[in-house]
Design a protein. Structure first.
Length: 356
């Protein structure tokens, strides 16, 4: 029996996006519906290429259409990463989402998480930038494998490095290490603006990930006030002292009206070469803190020797192609973060404070 377009759209309006909790038609995700008798061809436009729910959506669409008599259902997926609601921004209008990665203190794996989020999102097909704003811990050039390379300049403008599928700018490469003065106090705001925005040519991006300096001092504050952030991810290790610091970072974002996308637990536990798991810092502490604060929990990254080795040798893609347990842990975090950004972008825009 031949199907009609209205019937198909009605059936699809009963299918919910399992993460966004709205139906596919209201979300404007159904594109290019074509009918040939009782065969249905359609395109589903995801809100992020890193959507972890593709298979569930496929299953639910097939089932809804078979229920109205479709003999076969042919689904193509595409993605159109959405940015926050509201009018176009003045700052970096070519970037759909700017995401800060923060931590209450140094050494918890904030740069590691920023970089692996960037690589994971890029592997899903998203256009990714990485801004290394950690003026205190210049580990990013090593982790990217670009240590010692001079900045790429065109005229007097900085062109981000294109490495491992991401466009990256590291402050370490732009600022001589013997000139730390500019990073003090209110001057930091002007220096960041000049270096990272006014004088850098960022391409069109779906996500720009900003590795903030740790803590809640002048520098992370200045960066958060300068950039119109879609949201912030907080990296914590599970022991109580680290979580106390993370809570201070969370409160900073709240005061600045930066939406908090959630908390991720790094160094959750150690995975031995035989696959055995060793609880070192009190696994699960971050999830509890997230629940207490009413914030999403974005997953756990255990301690992996390979991760440290791949970071030291500037080869982060290997984290996604080597040890399957490591790849899976990272992939889950990447999907969860992308999902939280999509959810956030369905909400009305929060006011962005740009005062300093
Ligand atoms: P931060 O940016 O918070 O100062 P880094 O990301 O620079 O911390 O990480 C500090 C060190 O710990 C680096 O050598 C990094 O490779 C290592 N590291 C971070 N997370 C892990 C992990 N889950 N497993 C193994 N090593 C890790």
């Amino acid at each position: 029996m031949a199907l009609f377009r209205d019937q198909v759209m009605k059936a699809l309006s009963s299918v919910q996006d399992p993460e966004l909790h709205k139906d596919l038609v209201s979300l404007n995700m159904v594109k290019d519906v074509r009918l040939d008798g009782s065969q249905v061809f359609l395109n589903i436009e995801l809100t992020t290429p890193a959507c972890p729910m593709k298979d569930v959506i496929r299953r639910d669409v097939e089932s809804a259409l078979r229920n109205i008599g479709a003999e076969s259902v042919h689904i193509d997926f595409s993605a159109n990463t959405r940015g926050p609601a509201g009018p176009p921004r003045d700052v970096l209008p070519q970037v759909r989402n700017i995401l800060a990665v923060g931590a209450g203190k140094g050494g918890v794996g904030k740069s590691t998480m920023s970089l692996n989020l960037a690589v994971g999102l890029a592997r899903s097909g998203a256009r990714i930038g990485l801004m290394d704003g950690d003026v205190y811990g210049p580990s990013m050039p090593t982790m990217l494998g670009i240590k010692g390379l001079p900045p790429q300049l065109r005229g007097n403008r900085v062109i981000p490095f294109f490495v491992h599928g991401i466009h990256a700018v590291t402050l370490g490469a732009l600022v001589p290490p013997d000139k730390p003065l500019i990073w003090r106090g209110p001057m930091a705001h002007g220096a960041f603006k000049q270096l990272l925005l006014d004088n850098t040519t960022w391409p069109d991006l779906d996500y720009l990930i900003v590795d903030l300096p740790p803590g809640t001092g002048d520098i992370p504050l200045a960066l958060c006030q300068l950039l119109p952030l879609t949201g912030a991810v907080i990296v914590a290790t599970p022991q109580q002292v680290a979580l106390d610091d993370a809570t201070r970072a969370i409160n900073m974002f709240k005061q600045l009206h930066v939406p908090i996308l959630g908390l991720v637990e790094n160094m959750s536990y150690f995975v031995g070469p035989d696959g055995s798991q060793h609880d070192i810092f009190g696994r699960g502490g971050t999830e509890q803190t997230a629940a207490q604060m009413g914030l999403p929990y974005l997953g756990a990254l255990p301690i992996f020797t390979e991760l440290r080795i791949n970071s030291d040798s500037g080869n982060p893609p290997a984290n996604f192609t080597g040890n399957p347990t490591l790849a899976e842990a990272l992939q889950l975090i990447v999907g969860k973060v992308a999902g939280e950004i999509s959810k956030r972008n369905l909400e009305p825009s929060a006011p962005v404070l740009n005062i300093i």
